[in-house]
Design a binder for this molecule. Structure first.
Ligand code: GDG
Length: 454
């Protein structure tokens, strides 16, 4: 394989602690062939000074980043990527803001990236582009004459064609996606949605198991379910911060049974629905009164997009209501923390909880589900309650699977999780761990790159 070039909205320095599993896996792949990682610097600069390219060496990897002007950032990142594509791809047409102006900024920034990247490319490079911010990048590069192999991985779900069709520019957007040689999704469901779009909306045909012919090109589409770096996460769990957190939680909640939720504060994560289900648990199963405590960590995210401010208020009202209705002087049923917990402490928090609630309304994969399982003590593991609408549910069939829209059904399953006998917990955990190890994040990167180079 030639040199690897990774392109993503944000670039992480893989040498920095806390870079996370994805950065570690990509860094692995980049290091073995020597490579380039290209993306936005994260800086928003004055009008006229955007587009400046900076390069930096990180071992054998070159990090290349571009600043964005305020207008470009707002239109490309806030407006089109997070105001249109994120909600629609999570099946939320009601939250999409189809502001006709934003698409221009989205195209403009993708074209800017292509113009900045093209001079850095070598003829036998293999280019791997990540996520919905950069769907048109291959088309822009191809228009400039680039013939390198190009692969794309979508980290969020791909909705059915009837939902995609609501995007006014869906024809252009999906045609851009077909300019890659390989398109990867988390699940077979996403691949099926892609296939149906190609055949029924774009007039294409399926020409092989995972090959499609459309717009005069052949594109391959396959599921590559992303995993976590199990060893890295477990090592984090043995660190002083995680152990300290575990100890503190065990001491403070010695008389209680802990449930945990850890999410970005995002409407796709089903947080209000989760709090309502927990409320039903307290109503339907009074034995949990003064026993069960839900710790919900909600890390702030995209706060300048309107739908996120609404969600925040809704969640605060709900948590307040549950605590007001059920709380006692010495017991608050919900601990709601609108702040990120340091990554080094997360394994300790997960390990202290008997049950994890991972109940998104829609999620590409969901890595919290995998982190929770990896953090458990195999001799006395906790139970994962997982939404059927998370991509993770396709493989993690030994979790307790729930419908996040069904508050009563979810309460019943949470009760089952809280009461699950040790032997059943062990068996389920063992099988889930085997899955995590077989398809970890290194496997994911290798599989994608092998398919792209094939
Ligand atoms: C997208 C897709 C797909 C969360 N809260 C805190 C915190 N986190 C960390 C978790 C986990 C990561 O953020 C979240 O990953 P998810 O997979 O759950 O979700 P998204 O951020 O929406 O990611 C998703 C993923 O891409 C990968 O393809 O699985 O479906 O939406 O690692 O631990 N980390 C810290 N403090 C927090 O409070 N430090």
């Amino acid at each position: 394989m030639g040199r690897l070039v990774v392109v993503s909205n944000r670039v992480a320095d893989p040498r920095k602690p806390g870079a996370g599993g994805l950065a570690v896996a990509l860094a692995d792949a980049l290091q073995s062939s020597g490579g380039l990682w290209f993306g936005w610097s994260g800086k928003v600069v004055d009008e006229g000074s955007g587009g400046q390219l900076r390069t930096q060496r990180a071992g054998p990897v070159t990090l290349a980043t571009v600043d964005l002007s305020r207008a470009d950032h707002d239109a490309y990142y806030l407006g089109y990527s997070n105001g249109v594509l994120w909600p629609v791809f999570h099946y939320r047409l009601d939250l999409a803001d189809f502001d006709a102006g934003d698409i221009d900024g989205y195209r403009r920034v993708n074209r800017l990236f292509a113009h900045k990247l093209q001079p850095l490319l070598q003829p036998d490079d293999v280019i791997w582009v990540h996520d919905y911010h950069l769907i048109p990048l291959a088309a822009e590069l191809r228009a400039m004459g680039c013939t390198q192999r190009m692969g794309f991985f979508l980290h969020i779900p791909l909705p059915p064609r009837t939902i995609l069709a609501a995007i006014p520019q869906n024809g252009w957007l999906m045609r851009s996606l077909m300019m890659y040689d390989l398109v990867g999704f988390h699940t077979q469901t996403d691949v099926d949605h892609f296939a149906a779009y190609v055949i029924k909306e774009a007039g294409g045909t399926q020409v092989g198991d995972d090959e499609f012919h459309a717009h005069g090109r052949v594109v391959r589409a396959r599921p590559f379910p992303i995993g976590i770096d199990v060893d890295e996460f477990q090592a984090l769990g043995r660190g002083p911060e995680a152990r300290d957190t575990f100890r503190t939680m065990k001491e403070q909640y010695a008389q209680r049974q802990l449930l945990v939720g850890v999410d970005r504060l995002d409407y796709s994560k089903g947080l209000p629905q989760r709090i309502r289900a927990f409320q039903r648990l307290l109503q339907h199963y009074p034995e949990n009164h003064k026993v069960a405590t839900l710790i919900q960590v909600a890390a702030p995210s995209r706060e300048d997009v309107e739908a996120y401010a609404d969600l925040r208020h809704q969640l605060e009202t709900l948590c307040g209501a549950v605590n007001g209705d059920h709380g006692e002087l010495d017991w608050m049923p919900v601990r709601y923390i609108r702040r990120a917990v340091p990554r080094k402490r997360l394994p300790g928090l997960y390990a202290s909880a008997s049950v994890a609630l991972v109940t998104p309304l829609r999620d590409g994969m969901n890595l919290v589900a995998k982190e929770y399982v990896a953090a458990q003590d195999p001799a006395n593991p906790g139970v994962l309650v997982l939404s059927r609408f998370a991509g993770a549910a396709e493989a993690m069939t030994d979790a307790l699977i729930v419908n996040p829209y069904d508050a009563d059904g979810m309460a019943e399953v949470i009760q089952q999780a809280l009461r699950m006998p040790l032997e059943e917990r062990r068996v389920r955990h063992e099988r889930l761990m085997a899955g995590l190890r077989a398809q970890d994040v290194h496997w994911w990167a290798r599989e994608f790159l092998a398919a792209l180079s094939a």
